[in-house]
Design a protein around this ligand. Structure first.
Ligand code: NDP
Ligand code: 2IT
Length: 446
């Protein structure tokens, strides 16, 4: 009997109550793969979808730590070990006050398909905490990270589960986490990626998600005989992914006119050039300030409490967080002439927004394909750690470009609907599914 989306989702919702982001991520994938499974009934007989929506393991734990005033604080830590069919669990850690089980399960679920698309041997996982790094001192962040790793260290390892960064987890946090793991285990291993270059990190890892997301847009445009050159781009967020998206767009001759944070967005019609980007990097990575300060410094517009999707552009790079583009934002983008959306953030578009993209047949690069460059270079960092050597910047960038092209081509292979239209979302979901599903079938009932 064939799958029916609503029946399948009713069971997922009943079993995972309240986890709305997880339901959303599952529903999108299941809808795409049902027709493919109908043509390949072995996946239905193997109950592959039913197994994929059940994490292999969920770890939840208490994280007590002392703040600078000597008060005890208690946060909740998580690691979702979703699927290890094609490699060790791999995926980032998110530190943000909104973190909960459902959000991390959605991210871990997406990661399984994304990692499969990279062509590298990585399973899927995700973790994090409801800890809010904003306004905390370096010492508070360190004490939190040490407490978090004290428990997490029991569950991870270079051949088991390899975390990395995500929202609220950058170089500083990876350093504190790595130091504590090494101390507890008396081992110097590639247990985390996104490490500093001095102690096992890879060149291009900080840049990889943003660069990769622009390379993905470049590949979609190239298919249409077009390029990034001369394109006006809107970017949301102003963190790791947003910053390196701006850098690569500039390098390829495009112009980025917006950046944002959770307080609002700036609009700079002249474009955020290299000098202004250096200011943003210092503002966000060192000073840990607000994007409004950019508007004050350069005398441009700042829109408090708003997202940048009302600004006219050719290409949108949502690079902040989930569900940041809703149906009316998508309609506004398209009515203003936007014809490419390349998702740096995970699940930034609501299902209704995606409907708008598909209906209008724009070039829509879904997150699990477009932002896979970050985890791909994490995979390359793991390889370099295993070999105890490091590749040059050019070597890593060349491999990243090849991987983004291969992901693009996989999406085309599974998502071509007509001579001149590729449904990249369907292509990414099916392309990511096949390798994991075949591996699960080959490994028996696991
Ligand atoms: P950062 O913490 O470096 O930056 C996050 C940015 O997004 C900040 O500007 C932040 O603003 C903004 N933001 C976060 N939450 C919200 C919110 N609820 N509403 C509005 N703005 C928000 O994170 P990254 O750049 O690493 O991550 C951005 C996105 O990219 C996430 O969706 C992440 O999952 C995804 N991603 C990251 C990868 C990586 O390698 N880092 C890889 C693939 C995907 P503020 O400072 O005000 O909170
Ligand atoms: O969402 C993601 O792909 C990441 N946050 C990066 C994960 C990783 O392991 O590099």
């Amino acid at each position: 009997m064939a799958y029916v989306l609503d029946d399948f989702m009713a069971k997922v919702i009943a079993k995972n109550p309240g986890e709305v982001e997880f339901h959303q991520a599952v529903s999108e994938v299941v809808e795409s793969v049902i027709p493919f499974i109908e043509e390949n009934p072995k996946y239905e007989h193997g109950k592959i979808l039913e197994r994929m929506v059940e994490p292999e393991r969920v770890i939840m734990f208490r994280v007590p730590w002392l703040d600078d005033k000597g008060n005890i604080q208690v946060n909740r830590g998580f690691r979702i070990e979703m699927n290890s069919a094609i490699g060790p669990y791999k995926g980032g850690l998110r530190f943000h006050p909104t973190v909960n089980l459902g959000i991390l399960k959605f991210l871990a679920f997406e990661q399984v398909f994304k990692n499969s698309l990279t062509t590298l041997p990585m399973g899927g996982g995700k973790g994090g905490s409801d800890f809010d790094p904003k306004g905390k001192s370096d010492n508070e962040v360190m004490r939190f990270c040490q407490s978090f790793m004290t428990e997490l260290s029991r569950h991870i390892g270079p051949n088991t589960d390899v975390p990395a960064g995500d929202i609220g987890v950058g170089g500083r946090e990876i350093g504190f986490l790595f130091g504590q793991y090494k101390r507890l285990r008396n081992e110097f291993t590639g247990v985390l990626t996104g490490k500093d270059l001095n102690w096992g990190g890879s060149l291009i890892r900080p840049e990889a998600t943003g660069y990769g997301c622009v390379y993905f847009a470049q590949n979609m445009l190239k298919d249409k005989g077009d390029s990034i050159k001369g394109k006006v781009c809107t970017v949301s967020g102003s963190g790791n992914v947003a910053q390196y998206t701006v850098e690569k767009v500039n390098e390829l001759g495009g112009k980025v006119v917006t950046l944002s944070d959770s307080s609002g967005y700036i609009y700079d019609p002249d474009g955020i050039d290299a000098e202004k980007l250096a200011y943003v990097m210092h503002l966000k990575n060192v000073k840990r300030g607000r994007i409004k300060e950019y508007a004050d410094k350069y005398g441009v517009e700042y829109h408090e409490g708003q997202r940048p999707w009302g600004v006219k552009c050719d290409i949108a790079f949502p690079s902040a967080t989930q569900n940041e583009i809703d149906e009316s934002d998508a309609e506004t983008l398209i009515s203003n002439g936007c014809f490419v959306v390349s998702e740096g953030a995970n699940m930034p578009s609501t299902p209704a927004a995606i409907e708008v993209y598909l209906k209008n047949k724009i070039l829509y690069g879904p997150a699990k394909a477009a932002n896979a460059g970050g985890v791909a270079v994490s995979g390359l960092e793991m390889s370099q750690n295993s070999m105890r050597l490091s590749w040059t910047r050019e070597e890593v960038d060349q491999k990243l470009q090849q991987i983004m092209k291969d992901i693009h081509d996989t999406c085309v292979k599974y998502g071509r609907e007509s001579e001149d239209y590729v449904n990249y979302m369907a292509g990414a979901n099916i392309g990511g599914f096949v390798k994991v599903a075949d591996s699960m079938l080959a490994q028996g009932l696991v």
